[in-house]
Structures are given as C-alpha cells and as structure tokens.
Design a protein around this ligand. Structure first.
Ligand code: ATP
Length: 235
C-alpha cells in the first residue's frame, strides 16, 4: 500500500534520513521504534508532504506521491497525526474535529464522521461545545486521533501518541489504535514506547540515525536480544 525506497531527507547540511526502505501493507499495523533524533518524525513528515526528500521515492497505492502536495495526500486518505497533537486550544472540540474534514464537501459524510468520533470517544461528545484546551492530555490525544479519523483515512500515521500520558491512558490509546485497525484502517505508528507498540504491531522497524537497522514481525522484534538490550530496557 505504501512503499518507501531509498529515502534521503536533509535539513540544510544535516542528513536526517540516509536511505530508508520501508513497506506498509494494507491492513497492517507497522511500528517504527528508535531513540530521540533517529529520524522517525522526519519520515512521517516526508510521507505527508511537509518535507521534500533529496532522493528516493514514495509509492502509495501503486503511484508515486513523492512530489505530491500535502493536501492531495490528505484527499487520497493518507493522514498524519503529528507529535504534539496540534490541537487548537481556543476552538471547541467539535470545531477541532471539523478541521479534520476541511476538504470534504459532502455534509452527510461530515455528520457521519462526527457520529463515528463521538461513538469512539464518548467523552468528546459530552464536551463537544467546550474549548479543546479544557481537555486533559489523554483526552487531547483522543481528539487528535478522532480529528484524523474525520478524513476517513486508509493509512493513519501516528507520531508518538503515548507521549506524556499516564500508563492507564496509554493502554486506552493503544486499544483504540488496535480497534481502528480491526475496523480496516492501516496504521503506521512511531513510538518511543517500544514494548507496547511492538506488542500491537504486525511488523516493526528499528531506526537509528537515519537508517533502518532491524526489520521483522512485531513478536520477532519483541524477542530480539538486540532490541531488548537497546529499547526494552532488558537483558
Ligand atoms: P523525536 O522522537 O525526538 O522526534 P525522531 O526520531 O523523530 O526523534 P527527528 O525529529 O526526525 O527524530 O530528527 C532527526 C534528526 O534531524 C535529528 O538529528 C534532529 O536533530 C534533526 N532535525 C529534526 N528537525 C530539524 C530541524 N527542523 N532542523 C534541523 N535539524 C532537525
């Protein structure tokens, strides 16, 4: 569904991605783990068109999207939920949700999206008319996911959804990601929380300083001595 070949991305003279190859098949949860600064966020920003690669190709549903504008990628239902969530605090919860459907003209489709969001996250329904800034961190992450779902994604890319959240909320966020996948959304998940991310993933990649160093099934990576030593805090 998504094939990334020999992707190189620079910030000026700094090479952040140095030849990344990665595949996401329809229906999968694929996770990318790696230390701070490895290049994970850079990869997602390049896939959504916020950054342009110096070299390499991104193929989505059989066509190259390497030079496609970000809003066209959104129309093709390749959706990015950025690190930090990008919630507009002053706007209401419902207004934030509607921003996720800014490009959709069909009023009924938008209404259906709202109904789906509120079914998935009843807390958002209860507070729909309140400023998003009144939500807790975990609820804001739920809002960011629901806003992404308003665009009816085929592929949902999430950057560090568990960042800064309490363990019980993290559990809830991971359950939701799994549920969305079971309902048909393909997921590309970037996480520091390697154990949780690998345990819900079909496949995983380890990224180190702009390269993919290990690739395999989620369970394979969870049991890999190298991954355990470097990312799972074990022996
Ligand atoms: P994190 O989890 O901290 O976001 P990451 O794996 O997502 O880490 P990136 O944010 O993609 O890593 O960063 C990759 C490299 O690019 C790092 O060396 C980082 O310092 C550098 N970098 C990221 N953003 C910029 C920028 N706007 N300008 C210059 N260098 C940058």
């Amino acid at each position: 569904m998504l094939s990334i070949r020999d992707l190189h991305v620079n910030y000026g003279q700094i090479a952040a991605l140095k030849g990344v190859d990665l595949d996401v098949n329809e229906g999968e949860i694929v996770t990318i783990i790696g230390a701070n600064g490895a290049g994970k966020s850079t990869l997602l920003k390049t896939l959504s068109g916020l950054l342009s690669p110096r070299l390499g190709d991104i193929v989505y549903e059989g066509s190259s999207i390497t030079n496609m504008k970000p809003h066209h990628r959104v129309e093709k239902r390749l959706i990015h939920i950025p690190e930090g969530r990008a919630i507009i605090q002053r706007l209401t919860i419902e207004e934030n949700l509607l921003m996720g459907a800014y490009h959709i003209k069909d009023r009924r489709q938008i209404e259906e999206g709202l109904v789906r969001s509120y079914e998935l996250f009843p807390i958002l329904a209860e507070r729909r008319k309140l400023p998003a800034g009144t939500l807790s961190g975990g609820q804001q992450q739920m809002l960011a996911i629901a806003r992404g779902m308003m665009a009816n994604p085929k592929v949902l890319m999430l950057d560090e959804p568990s960042l800064g959240l309490a363990p019980i909320i993290i559990q809830e966020i991971f359950s939701i990601i799994r549920k969305l996948n079971e309902q048909g959304t393909t997921i590309l998940l970037v996480e520091q929380n390697a154990k949780k991310a690998l345990s819900i993933a079909h496949r995983g990649y380890v990224m180190e300083t702009g390269h993919i160093t290990i690739a395999g099934a989620g369970t394979e990576l969870l049991n890999s001595p190298d991954v355990i030593a470097a990312y799972l805090g074990g022996h």
